[in-house]
Design a protein around this ligand. Structure first.
Ligand SMILES: Cc1ncc(COP(=O)(O)O)c(C=O)c1O
Length: 414
């Protein structure tokens, strides 16, 4: 008996393989399964979740399912066994297969996608790959991710570009309100607009297609930060109408750390300068952007395993459960007098992630109180109009754990 089998035998919930578990809900709709606590408790046993605290900070990255970790370790051992022979022979075919599967996941052509190490690498490849001229302008939001804002700031210092930032409303009245906000800072000099598919600090999902169409009407290219979108909620990448898209696959896909993807629309590849020179590929071959030197190939090798687990759970069931968990707790606290939920109530504008503040407490005080007094692990966010802690459940989160959060918020802000 392995240690894991022993531990499983000690838990009260019997371990059921995912495919068998799914048979028990095969004829139920995704929304019905979303509320089936017995099903999700069974699924929880496929993850090794700490009992030291209630884990509601799955926005940084998401711990992989046990079977995905096991596969990862197998890949580490297999590559290590033959080392350079693997790198000089099978590496390239295996990477192509992983690329194919990620491209299928987001439903774009494999020729427009590469596997990177994370969103930062993907988006910085684009930002640094454009031949900026002094006075060129870029548009973004203050709520965007810091690393990308820093990269744009660096282009401003290096090439004299001008960065124009909007501030996103926490509770937009319509898509048009957001579209016009972005449009209001576009000038004839604007070359690139960056926007989040889902804002990581509030969980707000943006109307990417409408913003992209508006930007294109002004001749502006569109780069989407999809760090939190892939394998969180379902979408077809081509439907977004963007030119560039980056994501991290160690987040919602649950791959072990160090995997991301970059999509570049075919006709945009040629003019991008690679971050690391590579004369081995034609200018219009996306692989020219993918030369990062010797890197941990076993992380890439695990992508098909993570995709398999994600597909078994089912994108629709996963999205429905994640949205259910978020609305489960936000609905209970939204109207409390001293609670500020910084995430839209419209279910279409959010999924798993939400942000909450308590009047009279700084986000740091709130995060500390939640951890010290209730053993709830979150992260404090203090940025522009976002003052609160980010709450990010995952598939292993139970409603009983969220009840502890609701109790805490009632005590602190009721
Ligand atoms: C919106 C957003 N963009 C980019 C990133 C960077 O992701 P990574 O550190 O995987 O590159 C994050 C990380 O949380 C994020 O939330």
């Amino acid at each position: 008996m392995t240690k894991r089998d022993f531990l499983r035998s000690m838990t009260t919930i019997p371990f059921v393989p995912v495919d068998q578990l799914l048979q028990t809900v095969a004829d139920k709709s995704a929304n019905d399964v979303a509320q089936d606590e017995a099903f999700w408790s069974q699924l929880r046993s496929h993850f090794t979740v700490t009992d030291e605290f209630i884990h509601l900070e799955n926005g940084y990255y998401i711990l992989a399912a046990n079977e995905v970790v096991d596969k990862f370790v197998e890949h580490v051992r297999a590559v290590n066994r033959v080392s350079s022979r693997y790198m000089r022979t099978r590496q390239f075919d295996d990477k192509l297969e992983a690329r194919r599967q990620v491209a299928d996941l987001v439903r774009c052509p494999v020729e427009e996608l590469i596997i990177t190490r994370n969103t930062t690498e993907s988006l910085d490849t684009v930002i640094s790959g454009i031949d900026w001229k002094p006075g060129d302008e870029a548009v973004m939001a203050v709520q965007d991710y810091g690393a990308m804002l820093d990269m744009f700031a660096q282009q401003a210092r290096r090439y004299g570009i001008v960065n124009r930032q909007i501030s996103l409303p926490l509770h937009p009245k319509s898509d048009e309100e957001i579209v016009s906000l972005y449009e209001s800072v576009i000038t004839p000099k604007t070359r690139l607009l960056m926007l989040c598919h889902i804002v990581n600090i509030t969980g707000q999902i943006l109307p990417v297609r409408k913003i992209a169409d508006m930007a294109h009407r002004h001749g502006v290219e569109v780069m989407v930060d999809g760090a939190h979108a892939v394998a969180h909620f379902d979408f077809r990448l081509p439907d977004l109408g963007c030119d560039y898209y980056g994501s991290s696959l160690h987040k919602w896909l649950g791959n072990p750390l160090g995997a991301g993807m970059l999509y570049v629309r075919q006709d945009k590849i040629k003019k991008l300068w690679p971050m690391f020179g590579d004369a081995g590929f034609a200018d219009d071959d996306i692989r020219k952007l993918n030369h990062t030197g010797t890197h941990p190939v076993h992380t890439d090798l695990t992508l098909p395993d993570a995709i398999r687990f994600h597909s078994m759970v089912g994108p629709a069931r996963k999205e429905a459960r994640l949205r259910y968990l978020q609305t489960y707790w936000t609905a209970k606290v939204r109207s409390l007098p001293n609670i500020l939920v910084n995430t839209p109530a419209d279910p279409a504008r959010a999924c798993a992630i939400a942000n909450v503040g308590v009047r009279g407490m700084t986000p740091t005080q709130l995060a500390k109180t939640l951890f010290d007094n209730y053993r709830i692990w979150t992260v404090a966010i203090e940025r522009d109009n976002v003052q609160g802690v980010r709450i990010t459940p995952h598939l292993f989160t139970t409603t009983a754990e969220l009840d502890v959060l609701v109790k805490a918020l009632r005590e602190l802000g009721g």
